[in-house]
Design a protein around this ligand. Sequence first.
Ligand SMILES: Nc1nc2c(ncn2[C@@H]2O[C@H](COP(=O)(O)OP(=O)(O)OP(=O)(O)O)[C@@H](O)[C@H]2O)c(=O)[nH]1
Length: 967
Amino acid sequence: MTKQKPKKLFKVASEFNVATQSIVDTLSENGFDVTNRPNSSITAEMYEVLEGVYGDDKEKSIEHERAREEYESRRNQIMSSRNESVTIESHLEPMDDLPLEPEEDSGPEAELEPVDDQSSDKEKKEKEEEKEEVTEEPEEVTEDKEEEEVAAEADDEEEVTAEVEEKDEDEEVAEKSEEVEAEKEKEPEEEQETKIEEGSEDQEEEEEEDDDHDHEDEEEYEDEDEDEEEEEKDEEDGEDEEEDEEDEDVVRGRAGRLSGTKVLGKVEFSRENRKKRKKRKRRKDRLDPDERSSRKDKKKKTKKDDDSSAKSSKKSKKKRSRRSSRVDEEDVEKKMKETLQRIKEGETVGSKRQKRRKQRREEREEERAQQEELEELEETTLEVTEFITVSDLADLMGVKSNDVITTCMSLGMMVSINQRLDAATIELVAEEYGYDVEFVDAEEMIEDEIEVEEDDPEDLEPRSPIITVMGHVDHGKTSLLDYIRKAKVAAGEAGGITQHVGAYEVETDSGKKITFLDTPGHEAFTAMRSRGAQATDIVILVVAADDAVMPQTIEAINHSKAAGVPMVVAINKMDKAGANPDKIKSQLSEHGVIVEEYGGKNQVAEVSAHTGEGIDELLEKVLIEAELMELQANPDRLAQGIVLESRIDKGKGTVANILIQNGTLKVGDPFVAGPVFGRVRAMENEHGERLEAAGPSTPIQLTGFDDTPQAGDRLIVPKEEKAAKEIANQRQQIRREQSLRQTKHLTLDDLSRRMALGEVSELNIIIKADVDGSIEALSGALQKLSTEEVSVNIIHTGSGAITESDVLLASASDAIIIGFQVRPTSTARKLAENESIDIRLFSVIYDAVDEVHDALEGMLSPEIKEEMKGLVTVREIFKISRVGTIAGCYVNEGKINRNNPIRIIRDGVVIYDGEIDTLKRFKDDVKEVQAGYECGISIENFNDIKVGDEFESYEVVEEKRKLEDAR
Ligand SMILES: Nc1nc2c(ncn2[C@@H]2O[C@H](COP(=O)(O)OP(=O)(O)OP(=O)(O)O)[C@@H](O)[C@H]2O)c(=O)[nH]1
């Protein structure tokens, strides 16, 4: 230390992780006078003193730093490895080529043995096999030898057996004593644990299976004839076991494993697996708590000792759990054949008996191994939703929240009890406790709770199609709906339509019914879809014959394509002089809507909403399309529907317009609509008539809600009212949880994370650009980026500003919006903020391509972000000679700073990107101007400013992408 050069105060402070003032104080207490300046010198003597005082802190700080670094690197590792490891499917892949891990086959004793990294797999296997044979199945070696001997000298079977048995007994004793020696050499603690384990294991065997193999086999050596009896006994025991299982199964059924939202179990098990799961639980129940915890400890120990071996053992566990059903069937068949053979031959000879014994033992072993594997697998796998809180995670692992907090701290993270953890952290913490994690989707879990029975095809009846009318502004959507309503409803129904129920039914001349949703336009259609609901079966695309395919026509096409809903084209205004349906048809084909006469599959009708010409034909075509779709429903089941609209009525309480999609809703039925519980008080149709029951495709006005549901919420009638209430509660909880998750939709930043979670396999992109040329270039380049995991899917393109409709489509299709040289309108920007839609704006095509490419590869870091700082509108122009053009502006949003770069936007399209030359308030040059004030701006090297232009002031910030960003 004394040889050291003087150090700077600030460096020493950071080294010891204390404030500079503390250093100064400590030094002055020890007779050194140092001023509190960062560059003050700290001599070697002073340093020595400090080391005496803060040495411990320094070590702690280094340790902490090391822990933090380790944590970071492990997190990164997890993130990079998760692409392959997360999906449930990947766990279930058959892996027959993998050797079985000896750890799996060995008894609990073997688990105690920490896996030796150094020793080869073979050695490990041998060691563990040896151990198992001696401690659990003492005559296992004997059996193998017997088999060899017997095969070699099949003629003298009885003699050979006697000899072998004698020999084996000797061997057994020898091996046992060897084992005892080995045990003695072990750590006393471990030895003790082993004994406890052995004891409890034996006890368990005896209790549960009476004369089970270990015990039984010893007797077999004494008197072979007892075999027969034992076999009978075994069979009886087997029966008892089955009975036990059945009894316990009933109890478990009541236990309701998925109650509450915290335990998020949702792995699909086949029936076969379910049975095994029950069996496994039974075993688990049998273990006393101490043993269970000691097992857990052991697992933890093994896991920590050798991570990679744990991983491969996990794989083989999975392999075996899959294989087990096959093995069962094969074994049963094999055994049956052999039993028949035995009966035929009336066998008494020792070799056969031995074989039989061996098989029986093997069978038990196999079963036991399966049970243990499944038990372990279940015990060590947590099924969680992402972003669960620290306390929830602790509950799931059966540890104290404080322990989890401490673990997080040791990993270099400070967390609070209610903090929500991201996927990587959950995995890390769980790993510390010896658990694997499977992420499940909260919504999926809820769907699982509602048992929606599959309809028997025999019960299905045709239902009427549900139609939405879409098209460009003024092409005649409303007129068409009005005409249909008047002509087809008013005429048929006394009183016509008296109230708005969100939809209405019409009857065609052929006597068939069609249900029209009475809000035309793709906004309503997509808004509904963005809430996860799809009410429409077929879209009628209205295009005015005297006009052309317009931007909203294209949007409507893209929206229905994105939803996978077929379109029937109505070429409207055929009564008009300039009607040119052929032009429309050919323009439509350019956008992928190819009418039948052009060899496509879209039906087309030429109509006039004024004269009614062609409307019957249109409705018939809709019905043909519906027939092709084979729309069916089962009226004899509990109802399912969708909320079209809801409102609060002073007299009636909450009133909602519902479209029944399947089953029949009856007065008095309990139901759940989204997170709202209710009971059908009254139902009315569009004619104001009271209904006692409403079948498929019927629109109704419904009262009887506890609260107000949202449009797009699904209405379901469960079997029991209690279930409806529970589901409503759970959904409320889930909604709350989801509202806490800030990212509702996909963003480029969290793409790789969501890919890993299996949530994304398609990256939907909407492209808006200044000109068609850029759209083509950009969409071509982006489409080429598709990878094995994620295909890039361009769902909509268009020129001009990013509109609300684009944001709605993005929301409905979980898409991101890429804007090239365009900007969102202010309403679109706000909607995007509310809906958490990722809008990325670019000025260079390659930047856009690079960013999407990096996102797909999970390498989005560091991130260079543009932050919009202010928006101003040009109100007046002043041309001043020699100075140039000065724009008289009004700051609409944020503030405008002279030093920030600026973009000029005209009609939603960026026309110039540059710097501010002067920024003035009245005559004074100012640095910045706040929203709500006027100012004068001139732009460097740009004079073509026009009234109505917008200036966008922005700042480029570089952000290091953190895992926490994944939110
Ligand atoms: N001649 C003629 N005019 C029509 C026909 N259909 C609609 N129109 C006229 O076209 C104009 C626009 O019709 P709307 O039904 O309001 O069009 P829309 O598509 O619903 O328009 P938005 O609700 O604004 O999106 C109205 O003046 C209608 O009278 C038609 O078949 N023939």
